[in-house]
Design a protein around this ligand. Structure first.
Ligand code: PLP
Length: 404
């Protein structure tokens, strides 16, 4: 095709012209997708190795989820929580069962689930733990990513995410990720919660040392502190188990969920916890106009049912081993480190070779879409519907990029 007949360059220009530049997207303009594959405005196809940061765990337009959305669109889309609708109870009951918790509080975005978790933990602290008024603190980890609200960026350690957005919300203590001794030392009588990602996704799929999460669980139980697991990216099948915490047999007091919960169709997030925790909220104390709306519930209930079969967790575990073997074969051949849990990989490219951004641009030219996180690290998180051959294809393209 002649270069100036392509639609991509002008579509990229238009997309940049009328929007704030809070992202630096790859210069590709997608117009349709199915399963693990994307098609751009010029008809080129790409294997999706980002899956909307795990919002697309079930692939693009999973038939069961699309059907649920269509049927719900034709019946009822919004009531607000001022009234009860007929999709609400099933969603809450089935998600609570998947989490092994009593109750669910639905919201929309991941950041809202995190904010909800913070508010619930503080209220629990004052009402149940009897922390002195205004003194509650929450312990978080260095390198965290929990979203973009002013409170959440207040305890980010990423300068880009945080700088010039103050004044910052107080009440958070940052400790090194993976260091149990530091975490235990930071807990005091006013600590209401420890908020952690069981695997730090945005940081580059960073796994804590073995035994860390069980240690955090024990410390929280011993000191009467809530353990809040932010499983917004790591949860719902991504790591080969329903939750990343499952790998170490750890059950947090609160699960924060989002991303894949909406099936890649609508934003759906939720907090799941037992009644002694979520029960502290009374009418008027928290809410959301769109949280738990009928369309969101109809889609998310089907997401929970897909997960209840265990099929996606199994696929993720099995294909993840294949991905691991492939990537480990590239160590010393352009890769300096590889971290894999299920179909989720953090890949550190030799910085002398190229940046993560450059690697992703070259992967794009070879029909594979991935995203760099920091410096020379890229994250691979394909939809869990990807096949053996497609995993091999992605690894082969990465090998070709690294070989120059
Ligand atoms: C993406 C993410 C969030 C924020 O979710 P949004 O839907 O973008 O607000 C929070 N925590 C983790 C671990 C995430 O990966």
């Amino acid at each position: 095709m002649i270069e100036d007949m392509l639609r991509t360059p002008s579509a990229v220009r238009d997309a940049e012209r009328y929007t704030a530049h809070n992202y630096h997207p790859l210069p590709v303009v997608i117009s349709s997708a199915e399963g693990a594959w994307l098609t751009d405005v010029d008809g080129r196809r790409y294997l999706d190795c980002l899956a909307g940061y795990s919002a697309l765990n079930f692939g693009h337009r999973h038939p069961t989820l699309v059907r649920a959305a269509h049927e719900q669109l034709d019946r009822l889309t919004l009531t607000s929580r001022a009234f009860i609708h007929d999709q609400f109870a099933d969603f809450c009951r089935e998600l609570a069962a998947l989490c092994g918790k009593d109750l669910v509080l639905p919201m929309n975005t991941g950041a809202e689930a995190v904010e909800t978790g913070i508010k619930v933990a503080r209220k629990w602290g004052y009402q149940v733990k009897k922390v002195a008024p205004g003194q509650a603190n929450i312990i978080v980890a260095d390198g965290n990513f929990h979203g973009r609200t002013t409170t959440i960026v207040s305890f980010s350690t990423d300068a880009d995410a945080r700088a010039d957005f103050g004044p910052y919300t107080p009440g958070f203590t940052v400790v090194p990720y993976g260091d149990l001794t530091a975490l235990e030392a930071a807990i005091d009588e006013n600590t209401v919660a420890v908020l952690l990602e069981p695997i730090q996704g945005e940081q580059g799929v960073v796994l804590p040392p073995e035994g860390y999460l069980p240690g955090v669980r024990r410390a929280c139980t011993d000191r009467n502190v809530l353990f809040i697991a932010d499983e917004i990216q790591s949860g719902l099948g991504r790591t080969g188990r329903t939750f990343a915490c499952d790998h170490e047999g750890v059950v947090p007091d609160m699960y924060l969920l989002g991303k894949a919960l909406g099936g890649g169709i609508v934003p759906v997030s939720a907090v799941a916890a037992d009644a002694d925790v979520l029960g502290v909220l009374r009418p008027g104390q928290h809410g959301s106009t769109f949280g738990g709306n009928p369309l969101a519930c109809a889609v998310a209930t089907e997401v929970v049912r897909l997960l209840a079969t265990g099929e996606f967790q199994r696929r993720s575990a099995e294909l993840g081993e294949r991905l691991r073997a492939g990537l480990e074969g590239l160590l010393g051949n352009g890769l300096v480190a590889v971290r894999v849990r299920g179909l989720w990989a953090g890949v550190d490219i030799d910085p002398a070779l190229m940046t993560g951004r450059q690697a992703c641009e070259r992967l794009m030219d070879r029909g594979v879409l991935a995203k760099d996180t920091h410096g020379s690290t890229i994250r691979l998180a394909p939809p869990l519907v990807i096949t053996d051959d497609e995993v091999d294809h992605a690894v082969a393209q990465l090998a070709a990029v690294l070989a120059g």
